[in-house]
Write a protein that binds this ligand. Structure first.
Ligand SMILES: Nc1ncnc2c1ncn2[C@@H]1O[C@H](COP(=O)(O)OP(=O)(O)OP(=O)(O)O)[C@@H](O)[C@H]1O
Length: 608
């Protein structure tokens, strides 16, 4: 069955703690070594900055005792200079640490974008049928930034804040071990509270990313389908639907903010208790035993300087949670294994004549719902085989299976006698040109879009293909000819023009097999004739399998297969099938003199 097989993400089977550690380890393991030197410089800068911060706390004791108490003029220049130097060191090292970390972060985003795009293009088509592309893109965008935050937050906080904290606590202990013990009592309580907040955040974060992706995706879809939106006056319906998502997304974001910010009052209160206890105890000591105010001032400076990094470290666990959800969602995509992967011993399909044979092919998209039921036929090399029949009969599925978008469940498909599962997908598809029912135009110029058929094709070859596809006339009429950029999906062109560009794309590929899903939409007579001429040119000397709707294509085909319910119910040439007066095809042929659209409709009804 064409069901996406997802490699179980081992991380999700682990305990909470294992999950978090596993993800962080994986992100670092996959990216850390690339940036080892830069990280080393960052850590060096952070050590300098933290050292300078601790020095400021340490020097305060001398400032008070030497300048204000002892009134020592000798240090009046050296101590302020030392303070100034500490600030400069802190400023410069923080600058470089920030710049290098941003560079690493941006490079990491680019690496994940590249990796994800590569992975997505390797995934099978069913993944894209089951996941809305617009939502997927929005989700990936949010999550890639999340990975960057995971690394940056962890490095900055662990290195800078943790180091600062270690230095400052060192200074505090050196100045007054007993006061330090009182001040540090709040630590374990803060850590425990943050950990329980972080767990609450995980679910809300996942929902928020999903909702935001749906909001962005829906906006993109509305823009893509704007003509349908306007024609059916769907603006209000869509607005209401998006409004609903926006309200939910806003509520989720508010909940996340409430949980994240809850860390503030909790740490503030606990830190407040610690500072109050320190003041009470040291005040009592100063009054009762006459302790020096310099020592206390230095201690309080260190304590207050330690407060900010301690607060950030405490909040880190909560913030990291969001970034970890991002990372997890990215890996959920990266861990999906491409279906129809080439077997290790897959061969390259060399030059072929182009004979295609279906041998008792069985296939279904979903379990228990067969679409093709033992389908067998041979499409001779260099000839045209037309597939006709009722809608939903399985014609497009035949075209998809030849390109190995899905694997057959029973039987086999042979190209020149070679089972297509035994050759690489890339080499198989190199021999195939495909014209889809709805021609897709990519971002770029007309020339770029034709050249997608064969990226190495010269300008002359692109122009020759356009000429054969009867497209030159309208291309020349465009403001910049072949170099005219196309709007969203080529919507600045007519349906017939897009079809001819898509035929030109197939022609420039110059492949021995042409798969053609003829458009069902009616074109005006001139366009119909032009597209027909383009197709005739494209079909010359190739093995063509065409899902045929145009009478002329069907009549001129070397072989006609009438497909219904996943089986071939009639097979033969136009003449042979007409000789059978009771055949479905004979009834269909009687409609030849009628307009093509009517014939198509009837062709479908008679095969039901
Ligand atoms: N990606 C898909 N996932 C699930 N089911 C699908 C998918 N594509 C097609 N089907 C189902 O498979 C059956 C055959 O579809 P197919 O597109 O091959 O028919 P068709 O003969 O080409 O029809 P039409 O002439 O209307 O294009 C239909 O019942 C359709 O609903």
């Amino acid at each position: 069955m064409a069901v996406i097989t997802k490699r179980k993400i081992s991380l999700t089977n682990q305990s909470e703690r294992g999950l978090v550690l596993g993800l962080v380890r994986r992100v670092f393991a996959e990216n850390g070594h690339e940036y080892f030197r830069q990280y080393a410089v960052v850590v060096f800068c952070l050590v300098l900055a933290s050292g300078a911060t601790a020095f400021l706390a340490w020097v305060m004791r001398s400032v008070i005792d030497e300048i204000f108490v002892a009134q020592n003029r000798a240090v009046l220049v050296s101590l302020p200079l030392a303070v100034f130097a500490a600030f400069v060191v802190r400023g410069v090292s923080t600058y470089w640490q920030g710049v290098i970390l941003s560079r690493i972060g941006n490079n990491l985003v680019a690496r994940y974008q590249r990796r994800l795009f590569r992975h997505l293009t390797e995934l099978s088509v069913d993944f894209f049928h089951e996941n809305r592309s617009t939502h997927l893109a929005a989700k990936i965008n949010q999550n890639v930034s999340g990975i960057r935050d995971t690394l940056n937050l962890t490095i900055t906080s662990i290195a800078r804040d943790f180091l600062s904290l270690v230095f400052l606590v060192g200074v505090m202990i050196w100045l007054d071990p007993l006061l330090s013990a009182i001040a540090l009592l709040a630590g374990p309580f803060i850590a425990w509270t943050m950990s329980s907040l972080a767990k609450k955040l995980r679910h809300a974060t996942r929902q928020s990313i999903d909702l935001n992706a749906r909001v962005l995706g829906s906006m993109q879809e509305a823009a893509q389908g704007i003509t349908v939106v306007k024609a059916f006056t769907m603006e209000e319906v869509l607005r209401r639907r998006i409004e609903d998502l926006i309200v939910k997304a806003e509520a989720r974001s508010n909940r996340i903010a409430a949980i994240t910010e809850r860390s503030g009052p909790i740490t503030e209160s606990l830190a407040g208790i610690a500072v109050a206890a320190v003041i009470a105890w040291s005040g009592y000591r100063a009054i009762a035993y006459g302790y020096s105010p310099g020592g206390l001032f230095g201690f309080i400076t260190a304590l207050l300087l330690a407060y900010e990094p301690a607060k950030r470290l405490a909040k880190l666990q909560v913030q990291l949670e969001r970034a970890l959800v991002n990372a997890q969602m990215i890996y959920e995509v990266l861990d999906i294994e491409p279906r129809q992967a080439d077997p290790a011993d897959a061969r390259e399909l060399a030059a072929i004549r182009g004979e295609i044979r279906f041998d008792a092919v069985e296939f279904g998209y979903h379990p228990g719902e067969p679409v093709l039921r033992g389908l067998s036929f041979t499409a001779p090399a260099g000839r045209t085989t037309a597939l006709i029949g009722a809608s939903g009969g399985g014609k497009s599925t035949v075209i998809a299976l030849i390109q190995r978008f899905y694997d057959v469940e029973g039987g086999r498909i042979l190209v020149d006698g070679e089972d297509i599962r035994h050759v690489t997908k890339a080499s198989l598809r190199r021999h195939i040109a495909y014209v889809s029912q709805q021609p897709y135009m990519f971002e770029g110029t007309i020339r770029d879009n034709i050249r997608f058929g064969r990226p190495e094709a010269s300008d002359a070859e692109v122009e020759a293909a356009a000429k054969m596809a009867q497209a030159t006339e309208f291309i020349d009429a465009q403001p910049r000819g072949f170099d005219t950029p196309l709007g969203e999906n080529g919507m600045t062109l007519s349906g017939g023009q897009r079809q001819r560009l898509s035929i030109a794309r197939a022609l420039v590929r110059d492949a021995p097999i042409l798969l053609l899903d003829e458009a069902t939409s009616a074109l005006d007579t001139r366009s119909e004739i032009l597209v027909q001429q383009a197709l005739e040119e494209a079909m010359k000397n190739r093995t063509v399998i065409v899902v045929a709707h145009r009478l002329s294509t069907i009549v001129n085909a070397d072989q006609i297969l009438v497909v219904d319910g996943g089986e071939i119910v009639e097979q033969g040439t136009h003449g042979e099938l007409l000789d059978r007066p009771t055949s479905v095809y004979s009834r269909f042929h009687n409609l030849q003199s009628r307009p093509a659209a009517a014939a198509r409709a009837l062709a479908e009804s008679v095969t039901r």
